[in-house]
Design a protein around this ligand. Structure first.
Ligand code: ADP
Ligand code: MG
Length: 469
């Protein structure tokens, strides 16, 4: 009895692990009905109600059960699946919802590859299991629109409002923390509210990959594809993570094509434009760029300030405009950090029960500000920028005004302003004794160009990252 007792406990743990791996629905259909009969001579015998289930479990889950079980108990050398009674036609116990393709009707003889069952309710389960939770704050209402993100915002709105497919795919791209995920969630919220029957799936490319690899392991790629069949809108976030993984890429490509062919809306995000996605197959790259490609540019001061104001209003915090301006000025890397800084200031003020001032803000963010001015020197900036644009370092301080050297010089001034603590006059001095108004002009010019010229914005962003990293 005690052996059986501990056997049952082991089985409970194995089942728990399996459930985590295969998900609730597959678990309910396939694994829950299993019972453990006995353990003898290193072999565990598991009983299933039907022959069909026996075969299915053998091909799909037995190896995994064995592996998990020997992890629990090294004495377990094999797992045998047996049918309880003479094979009667019976519904698997505890599997009321026959789900898409990983549970074909048990009445049929087993087939090498199971046939998909078009059972809408069923695949809904699967889909809802697949989709990642949505952040309630990530709505269109909470998204502040400015020059750098107006195209992406307009495209997202359009897709969310349209009842038929507009641009397919919509490809959103931009640096870290600039609002890609926010916009995707906003689309999903909007559709859910406006048109609940439309099926929206949002998931990260990592999760997509994970699901697919799991399907491969359980030899269940048909079920994997089936999950996406009844989807109206599919969003995959951060597809740069798919690059390099050959089979996943292939699968992604097929899923993608199938959905686009069926006129389903696909929305993709990445940190680069389709053509710049390295490690991605050419045909996939070009396919991704077929619809509308909308980029989100690095934030401008105005946008940062707008976001801070909105956020402060939303949390009902009284923050002097000076403090918001200071933050918008100092924290330029991305919106996520900007929000983080604001939260910290507010939390601190509440904690110590004092009003927020410029001094307290500087104090609280002391480490963060130092990190964002991470020891980068103006000399380093000049050197990197000169290399990048292929001009002589001496031209950073020379009097030459040709565009080919003047523009890189402006970029270097801009970066010096962003990445160091130096004042405008100090920066000016380092650039061949130029006036502080020249530096100010350079900063404005570069911000303006970042807003109007995506390639230029990318250059600047790239340089910034190189210098910061
Ligand atoms: P990404 O997916 O591009 O890395 P996120 O969408 O996760 O970035 O955005 C990071 C954070 O910044 C989120 O909290 C998001 O709400 C916020 N954010 C980004 N852009 C905006 C914006 N324009 N207005 C309001 N919040 C924004
Ligand atoms: Mg994101």
């Amino acid at each position: 009895m005690s052996v059986q007792g501990s056997l049952d406990q082991q089985w409970a743990r194995v089942r728990g692990r399996l459930k985590d791996e295969v998900g609730e629905t597959a678990y309910r259909s396939w694994l829950k009905p299993l019972t453990v009969a006995d353990f003898e001579g290193g072999q565990v015998r598991i009983v299933v109600p039907t022959r069909f289930m026996r075969d299915w479990i053998r091909t799909h889950y037995a190896d995994r059960i064995k592996a998990l079980w020997s992890g629990e108990n090294p004495g377990v050398q094999s797992v045998e699946i047996v049918v309880a009674a003479p094979s009667r036609v019976a519904e698997p116990v505890g599997a009321p919802a026959i789900v898409a393709n990983d549970s074909p009707p048990p009445r049929h003889e087993p087939e090498p590859e199971p046939l998909p069952v078009s059972h809408h309710g069923g695949s809904e389960d699967r889909a809802d299991e697949l989709t990642a939770p949505l952040d309630p704050r990530f709505t269109f209402e909470n998204f502040v629109v400015g020059k750098p993100n107006e195209l992406a915002f307009a495209a997202a709105r359009r897709v969310a409002d349209a009842s038929s497919v507009t641009f397919n795919p919509l490809f959103l791209y931009g640096g870290v923390g600039l609002g890609k995920t926010h916009l995707m969630h906003a689309i999903a919220w909007h559709i859910r509210k406006k048109d609940p029957p439309r099926r929206v799936i949002y998931l990260s490319a990592e999760k997509f990959m994970y699901q697919f690899i799991r399907a491969l392991r359980f030899k269940d790629t048909m079920a994997f594809k089936e999950q996406f069949r009844s989807v109206d809108v599919l969003m995959i976030d951060d597809v740069q993570f798919i690059s390099g993984k050959d089979s996943t890429q292939e699968e992604f490509f097929h899923t993608f094509n199938a959905l686009v062919d069926q006129n389903r809306q696909v929305i993709i995000s990445a940190d680069k434009s389709p053509s710049d996605l390295e490690g991605m197959e050419e045909r996939l790259r070009s396919r991704l760029g077929w619809g509308l490609v909308a980029d989100i540019h690095p934030t401008t001061y105005e946008l940062r300030l707008g976001i801070l104001q909105q956020k402060a209003d939303r949390i009902g915090a009284k923050i002097p405009p000076k403090v918001l301006e200071f933050l918008a000025h100092k924290i330029t890397s991305n919106v996520r950090e900007l929000e983080g800084a604001l939260n910290r200031i507010v939390a601190h003020a509440e904690l110590v029960g004092r009003a927020i001032t410029l001094e307290s803000a500087q104090d609280v963010l002391h480490d963060l500000l130092r990190a964002s001015n991470r020891r980068v020197t103006i000399e380093e900036i000049q050197k990197k920028v000169a290399e990048h644009f292929n001009i002589r370092l001496a031209d950073m301080s020379s009097a030459r005004r040709a565009r080919a050297v003047a523009r890189p010089r402006q970029v270097a001034m801009y970066l010096a302003k962003q990445l160091t603590q130096r004042s405008l006059p100090e920066i000016g001095r380092k650039f061949g004794d130029r006036d502080h108004t020249t530096v100010m002009h350079a900063v404005r010019k570069v911000e303006e160009l970042c807003g109007s010229d995506p390639a230029f914005a990318e250059d600047v962003e790239l340089l910034r990252r190189m210098l910061e990293g």
